[in-house]
Design a protein around this ligand. Structure first.
Ligand SMILES: *[C@@H]1O[C@H](CO)[C@@H](O)[C@H](O)[C@H]1NC(C)=O
Ligand SMILES: *[C@@H]1O[C@H](CO)[C@@H](O)[C@H](O)[C@H]1NC(C)=O
Ligand SMILES: *[C@@H]1O[C@H](CO)[C@@H](O)[C@H](O)[C@H]1NC(C)=O
Ligand SMILES: *[C@@H]1O[C@H](CO)[C@@H](O)[C@H](O)[C@H]1NC(C)=O
Ligand SMILES: *[C@@H]1O[C@H](CO)[C@@H](O)[C@H](O)[C@H]1NC(C)=O
Ligand SMILES: *[C@@H]1O[C@H](CO)[C@@H](O)[C@H](O)[C@H]1NC(C)=O
Ligand SMILES: *[C@@H]1O[C@H](CO)[C@@H](O)[C@H](O)[C@H]1NC(C)=O
Ligand SMILES: *[C@@H]1O[C@H](CO)[C@@H](O)[C@H](O)[C@H]1NC(C)=O
Length: 458
């Protein structure tokens, strides 16, 4: 048309690419010698205008539409001369959003990475990539999309691995306007850290006593293998409503929690020992029944632990309310009842041990405790052939001592002397004058015994 027509209208620039929200001066001109009327038709907002004889320049501001076509016209000798321009906008990737990752992602399961770049465009010039750290996982361009298209989304399915624990995922967007004489505009999302975990399906293994005596301290432990990251696992260990504070040790993927269990009288009966391991928002639990019982040791009492010979001594064995006691082989008629023995004590009962045994049935198991006590019998001295032979024969010369031993409680003192009262010194050499009879006397608080012994010298 321009070639055929001598007069034309022109618009400069004909084609423009401006940043969204930006402004642009358009110069609409003609070669018509005396144009009657001219103007610029556009839906875009106008700001300033400058005019010349054969031209009109306008500033268009706040250009937001992806694409618009302003028309420059002049009336020239009853004809209308026109020129059409093309203004396109672009928008930098000023919002690059990686959709939040799951709080905890199980190892071996897929999760979705999704990136949104709203508004940026033209889409055809965009390239999105998803990254783990600095490693690019997937990259996609959108060439071929219509020029009006804006914004883009890129989604990928990723298999979670142990190595991904603590890895930062991010999204990068590039708007490449270099073919249009502009630059490369790139931006990245804030990184999102992934936490992966592995928790086996099996419950933890609990080691605990089946029976727990009131007041006793017993170790309990709870262990679970195959945990990742084991250091992030939390253990809850409780006996009934009593929370235990375990010591947790980690070895590779294995966790072991140990604690000391104790119970008071108020806990008697069946209690549940619970172990719960939580990781990645999931937990595994094990219960075990623990029977808490109380079993006081039997009490063995002697009415007189130091009884004179010929006196009656009562031996009593008492157990707990449910325990059956047996004293010297004699069982109580019913559990809870004491057993009693009465004896007229003799010398032979001195240092006698009495033994009492208590048996308690707890949850199908028979437990036993025992107690013993020693009786002392007080009795007068006894001199006999074993401790004090009636006749002694010594060879003349070597040293000898005349000494007799007496039974008795308390231990008697024994003293041997000639009828005239002369005692023979200890460890004295034997002479013929030592031959003859001696009187040995044993004494303690309960009486005396005496014996005549004869010494012969060869
Ligand atoms: C507009 O274009 C005409 C013709 O090319 C020129 O003479 C004039 O100076 C231009 N106006 C502005 C403001 O650039
Ligand atoms: C609009 O024109 C005024 C006056 O010429 C100028 O000060 C202002 O900067 C212009 N606005 C824009 C967005 O360019
Ligand atoms: C890059 O993206 C971030 C987050 O979406 C945004 O805060 C920032 O302004 C962007 N930077 C540029 C240069 O567009
Ligand atoms: C994870 O996704 C890939 C590809 O989408 C699929 O082939 C694979 O079976 C999925 N794995 C699991 C465990 O879901
Ligand atoms: C991930 O990012 C966080 C915070 O931005 C940083 O502390 C951590 O070291 C990063 N992890 C890796 C593996 O780079
Ligand atoms: C624990 O005891 C309760 C009742 O006292 C019983 O129902 C349950 O089966 C027991 N559990 C185990 C594991 O023995
Ligand atoms: C104990 O036995 C002795 C000898 O059999 C007897 O003499 C004494 O009376 C008895 N003592 C009692 C308290 O029965
Ligand atoms: C008595 O109890 C003790 C510990 O309390 C035990 O070692 C011993 O074997 C028990 N004796 C008998 C005969 O049961």
């Amino acid at each position: 048309a321009v070639a055929q027509e001598p007069f034309w209208a022109d618009l400069q620039p004909r084609v423009a690419l401006v940043e969204r929200g930006g402004s642009l001066w358009l110069n609409c001109s003609t070669n018509c010698p005396r144009p009657e009327r001219g103007g610029l038709e556009t839906s875009l907002r106008r700001n300033g205008t400058q005019r010349g004889l054969r031209w009109l320049a306008r500033q268009l501001v706040d250009i937001r539409e992806p694409e618009s076509q302003p028309v420059c016209f002049f009336r020239c000798a009853r004809r209308t001369l026109q020129a059409r321009g093309l203004i396109r906008t672009f928008q930098r990737p000023d919002r690059v959003e990686l959709v939040p990752l799951p709080a905890w992602q199980p190892v071996g399961e897929n999760f979705t990475l999704s990136c949104r770049v709203p508004g940026a465009g033209p889409r055809g010039s965009l390239t999105l990539s998803l990254l783990r750290g600095t490693q690019e996982l997937i990259r996609r361009g959108f060439s071929g999309e219509p020029p009006r298209a804006r914004g883009a989304v890129l989604t990928a399915t990723v298999l979670a691995r142990r190595e991904d624990h603590g890895a930062n995922f991010s999204c990068r967007a590039e708007l490449d306007l270099r073919p249009h004489g502009l630059g490369l505009f790139a931006n990245s999302s804030a990184p999102r850290e992934l936490r992966t975990f592995a928790l086996p399906l099996d419950p933890p293994h609990l080691t605990a006593p089946r029976l727990l005596e009131v007041g006793a301290e017993r170790p309990v432990s709870c262990s679970l293998d195959g945990l990742f990251p084991a250091s992030e696992a939390e253990v809850y260990l409780a006996l009934g409503d009593q929370r235990l504070s375990p010591d947790v040790t980690l070895q590779g993927d294995a966790l072991r929690a140990t604690a000391t269990a104790t119970a008071g009288h108020e806990h008697e009966g069946t209690r549940q020992l619970v172990c719960n391991v939580t990781l990645g928002g999931e937990s595994r639990e094990t219960w075990e029944n623990v029977t808490v019982y109380s079993f006081p040791a039997p009490r063995l009492a002697l009415s007189d632990p130091n009884a004179p010979e010929g006196h009656l001594v009562t031996v009593t064995c008492t157990g707990g309310a449910q325990a059956r006691v047996t004293l010297e082989g004699i069982p109580a008629a019913v559990p809870g009842q004491p057993v009693q023995l009465q004896i007229n004590v003799t010398e032979d009962d001195d240092k006698r041990d009495f033994f009492c045994d208590a048996a308690l049935e707890v949850d199908g198991e028979t437990l036993s405790k025992n107690e013993s006590a020693e009786l002392r019998v007080l009795y007068a001295p006894r001199l006999d052939d074993s401790g004090c032979p009636r006749s002694w024969t010594w060879p003349e010369g070597p040293e000898q001592t005349l000494r007799c031993e007496a039974r008795g409680n308390p231990a008697p003192s024994v003293h041997c002397a000639r009828p005239d009262g002369a005692a023979r010194p200890e460890r004295q050499r034997v002479s013929r004058q030592d031959a003859g009879t001696y009187q040995c006397v044993a004494t303690n608080a309960h009486g005396t015994d005496s014996r005549t012994v004869t010494v012969g010298v060869e």
